[in-house]
Design a protein around this ligand. Structure first.
Ligand SMILES: [Zn+2]
Length: 368
């Protein structure tokens, strides 16, 4: 019976002229430390429309899948509640009756006027000021990261947030800050003319979908384009180290080294610690990690992510697809990617780990 009702609700939703066609459910904001942001979409980098204080009452029309929020006091969830005016709040901050909330239909009735009005106030905009040379938009905050686009001087930009990366002396300033664009690419802030400073990129402001580094299916590509691994596979001083470490910055996207299937998304850490905390050399475990299975019995492992990966077990990924973001969870004393390659897998074990530096070099994607 419930199934029939749900189908009817979705059917109505797709044809309904306004969101208030839904029967709404009243719920309460749980956000004692700071007001809850109400947004134009189901992710924290969408436009902030207004805030709601702790204890405020909201009318939920339906739910959509969006950005995973793991910092809310009520639950860890990727569900966002669409309110009856078409705005969104993360369900992680909402206390509500156990009654299921219907999934939102395909219509996305965000009030355009409200979004435009809020956008005028909260979005940071800028303009490329790079003279005759176009400004490069890259997959990471460093000039060696894969090039995605070349933006001519004068191009208007929407600046989502700022991330620390390579220091650049440009036309506007000398700065290590890079601006993240809505597509998930980065431009050096040294060449961006702007009147306001974008907010810092945090774990919560990562894009859901960012551009994959250009690589053909079946081909291999660096998991951290632009960053170099140092030799460190099974050294005399560290014989149990069965991968290489690529030093980077927290939040830099980690890419699938080749096409494959996600086989594990795991928090691997010593009992009593959390993968969502900054790790340390005295804690055991590779933190938040992802394992991929590729063709030919090859498996790759990506450790110390800043938080749980954005991909799911069973998911097929393309070469270069973003798996998660650099962090320092688990046995780690600074933000970096610990990268392993195993042959004759599954299973993966210390015996079938190979040195990633020559492996990647012979597969046309040197990382050292
Ligand atoms: Zn390592």
């Amino acid at each position: 019976m419930r199934k029939i009702l749900l189908v009817a609700a979705v059917f109505l939703a797709s044809f309904a002229p306004a969101v208030d066609a839904y029967a709404s459910q009243t719920a309460t904001v749980v956000s004692p430390k700071r007001p809850l942001n109400v947004r134009a979409g189901s992710a924290v980098w969408t436009t902030q429309l207004r805030t709601l204080p702790h204890g405020a009452s909201v009318a939920i029309a339906c739910q959509v899948k969006g950005q995973l929020i793991n910092q809310g006091p009520v639950r860890v969830t990727d569900q966002w509640d669409r309110l009856t005016d078409g705005s969104y709040v993360s369900d992680a901050w909402i206390r509500r009756p156990a009654t299921p909330i219907p999934a939102c239909g395909p219509a996305a009735p965000v009030a355009p006027a409200a979004v435009a009005a809020a956008a005028a106030v909260t979005t940071t905009t800028g303009t490329v000021a790079s003279g005759r040379t176009p400004l490069k938009a890259r997959t990471g905050p460093v000039h060696t990261a894969a090039l995605i686009a070349a933006l001519p001087s004068g191009t208007p930009l929407t600046l989502v947030c700022q991330q620390r990366g390579e220091n650049v002396a440009g036309s506007q300033r000398v700065t290590p800050m890079w601006d993240r664009l809505p597509e998930g690419t980065y431009v050096s802030d040294a060449y961006v003319r702007r009147t306001a400073t974008p907010p810092p990129c945090t774990a919560a402001t990562q894009p859901v979908a960012a551009p994959a580094a250009p690589a053909a299916d079946g081909a291999w590509t660096s998991p951290l384009p632009g960053f170099r691994a140092r030799p460190g596979f099974r050294t005399a001083g560290n014989p149990n180290h069965i991968g290489v470490d690529i030093m980077s910055f927290t939040g830099t996207p980690i890419h699938a080294a080749s096409a494959g299937t996600v086989v594990e998304v795991v928090c691997n850490i010593e009992a009593g610690h959390s993968c969502d905390e900054t790790g340390s050399a005295s804690i055991g475990g590779c933190g938040w990690y992802v394992k991929l299975q590729h063709a030919g019995g090859i498996s790759t492992l990506y450790c110390h992510m800043v938080r749980k990966a954005t991909v799911q077990p069973g998911q097929k990924v393309k070469a270069g697809q973003i798996l998660g973001y650099v962090g320092t969870s688990g046995n780690s004393s600074a933000p970096h990617l610990h990268f392993e390659v195993h042959i004759n897998a599954p299973p993966t074990n210390p015996q079938n780990a190979v040195d990633p530096l020559p492996f990647m070099r012979t597969h046309g994607a040197p990382i050292g």
